[in-house]
Structure formats: C-alpha cells, structure tokens
Design a protein around this ligand. Structure first.
Ligand code: HH2
Length: 377
C-alpha cells in the first residue's frame, strides 16, 4: 500500500487531513489502492469515494485534482477536510500515473579549454559551430552552449571572457540551424549577450543563486530557464556532500528556486528543473536521485537530466574492481543511466553523444509505454 504521508507534495496534506477515526495512518485510505487508470475506476472505488464525501463526483474530483496538481495547491486549504484529502490523493495518483512527453535531446557544445569531458576540443568558434551542426544532424532537439566549465574544482572565468567564447558560436548556430539554443551560464551579463545573439533558453546550474539578476534578464527576454540543483559552488561542492534525504532536499530546493524564478517573471511554461547529477553528490546520492527521479515530477515542471559521461559512472566501475574509464569512454554507463532517467520521468536529456542517446531514449520510452499499455508496473 502506498504511504501517502511520505509523498513529497501531498504528504503533509494527507497527514493533516486524514479523516479521524478511520485508522492510524493516512496510508490506510482505499484510494491509495486504486489500480485502474484514472477515469477507469471501478464502481466500488467510486462508491468508496462518494461515501467519503457525497459531494465528490468524478468530474468534480478530476477538476480539483488537476488544479491542485498543476496550479493551486493552496486550494486544498479551502476545501472540506475529506474533500481535500481525497483531492490530494487523486492528484498524487494522477501525477504518478501520467507519462511525461517524448524525451528531447539537448546536445552539449562546450566552448571551453577545461570541460571534464571534451575540454579544448571546441574552443575554436568554427569548430564549435561545426560540432553543434553535427549534433543537430545526429538528432539533437536543442543545443546547450557553455563557455565556463563547472566540473568540481574548476576555476571561474570572467563574464567578458565567457561571453566572448559563447556569443559568436550562438550567433552562427542560430543562423545556421533551426533548433532552440540554450546558454549554459550562471552570469546575467553572459545570459543577456547570449539571448541577444539568438539563444532562447538560459541553463543556470546555480538556479539564480550566484547572480540573481540572471532571472530578470531571462524574464525580460521571455526566454526559457533551467533551474538546477547544486550543493554550494563548483569549487567546494564535492567536499563531503551530506543530505538527510537527498531527493526530498533537492525537490524542496527546486520548489523554492522555481518560485523565485516565477516571482522574477519567468513564465511557468518555460521553466524546467534539473536535479544536478554530480553537483555536490556522492555516488549513493546520484543513484538515489535516479531511482526516485519521478518524485521531482510532483513539482509539475519538465525534468532536465545530465548524466552523460559523468564521473559517477567511473566510480561505479572503480567500486566493482575495474579501472575508471576516461570521460569519452563512458557511453555505456551514460546510456544505462539515461534509460533509468527516462523511465522515471526525465524529459530533456543533456548529452554529449547525441545519436546514441536519442536511440536509447526512444527505446526507454517505448518500454515505458509498453509497460503502461500492458498494465505492468
Ligand atoms: N552538467 C554539466 C554542465 N551543465 N547543466 C544542466 N542543466 N545539467 C547538468 O547536469 C549539467 C549542466 C557538466 O557537464 P559538461 O558541460 O560536459 O562539463 P563542464 O561543466 O566541465 O563544462
């Protein structure tokens, strides 16, 4: 039986609103045992629902659940106790069952001398553009252009140097390809220049913590925004990272930073979240985030996932008694992690190896759809 009291969004509601005198914990409630897909509840299940609150009809419950899920969680506060409880459970159930959209591939173009996986390979703007166009030809749906490495311990780059690296590349990619371009930066000045050069998304690994003006710059341009979780800064993030519950804490962080982004004027439809695999996380933290990635879907925002070539893959090899692979030899591990990510709700996949990632993502999604159509878990 699902224990809704642990649900990241509705747990507190479930606990608070659990009907008294019906059992010790909110998890007892029969709705949590619903096995039919939403809209196909058995008659017995609807009778149970109606008994809980005679005013609760199928369209009514669906509307409330959808509102709670996608817009206004505070709506629950204004409902009768049982109705709020039922709506919270319906929404959680609805969310858990819905499959995210088809995964999209975000191809990485690092215009840096020191990126962990391909540093120096595309520092020359001509080569970077060529590489970006090649990724589009391989099936990239979007491109992510970065001018500063964020690998653990990396040194910061000045805004001027960073924008001089990325803007010529973005300008030419915007002219020569049709795919949306994101700029991977934490600096408002760089974001502003990149948006003027043709980027339409800001990918900010600091989620607006390093340079809060980046949110205003993004909002003013009507651009998309990726808020990523990182513990601390690239310089110190891997120094003994600790969490009580990594998934709950990352979810809470993204909820809070998402709210700040919305308050700055970024449109909800253009806001994406990212758990920041490898950014202030041990191997166990990364594995736990992948295993429970679907909990982030409670925020109702598309999930970006970056597992490509990351060092946790080499750590797994090392712990299994093998030699650590070099970053450009981690394709197998990248695809294995990406597959799990897609099955757990990742929608935008940030990758270096576009052709292979696209194929893996399609197969992972087909498997998820197949499981759903057969009713398998
Ligand atoms: N990972 C890296 C950089 N930017 N952005 C998002 N949203 N998610 C990520 O997981 C992510 C990211 C690190 O990868 P890479 O760009 O290849 O290396 P470096 O930071 O050394 O340039």
């Amino acid at each position: 039986m699902t224990d809704w009291s642990r649900d990241p969004v509705f747990g507190d509601v479930a606990t608070r609103f659990a009907p008294r005198g019906h059992g010790p914990a909110p998890g007892w409630f029969p709705l949590s045992n619903i096995t039919a897909r939403w809209g196909h509840l058995s008659q017995a299940e609807w009778i149970e629902l109606r008994e809980l609150d005679p005013r609760l009809t199928l369209p009514g419950a669906q509307t409330i659940a959808a509102s709670v899920l996608f817009r206004d969680r505070s709506l629950l506060e204004r409902l009768a106790v049982e109705r709020a409880y039922a709506a919270a459970l319906c929404a959680a159930d609805l969310r858990a069952r819905a499959l995210p959209g088809s995964p999209r591939i975000l191809g990485v173009v690092n215009v840096t001398p020191d990126s962990f996986s391909d540093g120096g390979a595309f520092l020359d703007p001509g080569r970077a553009v060529e590489h970006g166009l090649e990724l589009v030809a391989q099936g990239a749906d979007l491109l992510d252009v970065g001018g500063e490495s964020t690998r653990p311990g990396s040194a910061p780059v000045s805004a001027v140097e960073e924008l001089e690296r990325v803007t010529p590349v973005i300008r030419r990619l915007a002219e020569e390809s049709k795919v949306p371009i994101s700029v991977d930066t934490t600096k408002a000045q760089v974001a502003e220049a990149a948006l003027a050069a043709g980027a339409s998304i800001v990918n900010d690994v600091s989620a607006g913590r390093f340079d809060p003006r980046i949110l205003e710059v993004t909002a003013r341009a009507g651009a998309g925004y990726v808020a990523m979780h990182m513990l601390g800064t690239p310089r110190d993030m891997q120094q003994d990272p600790r969490y009580d519950d990594v998934v709950a804490e990352v979810t809470e962080f993204l909820r809070a930073r998402g709210r700040v982004a919305l308050e700055a004027g970024i449109e909800r439809e253009k806001l994406w979240i990212d758990p920041g695999i490898g950014f202030g996380k041990t191997l166990e933290h990364n594995l736990e985030l992948l295993r429970r990635l679907n909990e982030l879907r409670s925020l109702g925002l598309p999930i970006v996932l970056g597992v490509s070539r990351k060092s946790f893959i080499a750590t797994v090899e090392h712990e299994a008694g093998f030699e650590r692979s070099a970053p450009d030899a981690r394709l197998g591990g990248s695809l294995a992690a990406l597959t799990v990510g897609v099955q757990h709700g990742a929608e935008i996949l940030r990758v270096h190896d576009v052709r292979e990632a696209k194929q893996a993502a399609l197969v992972a999604r087909a498997l998820a759809l197949w499981s759903k159509s057969t009713g398998a878990p």
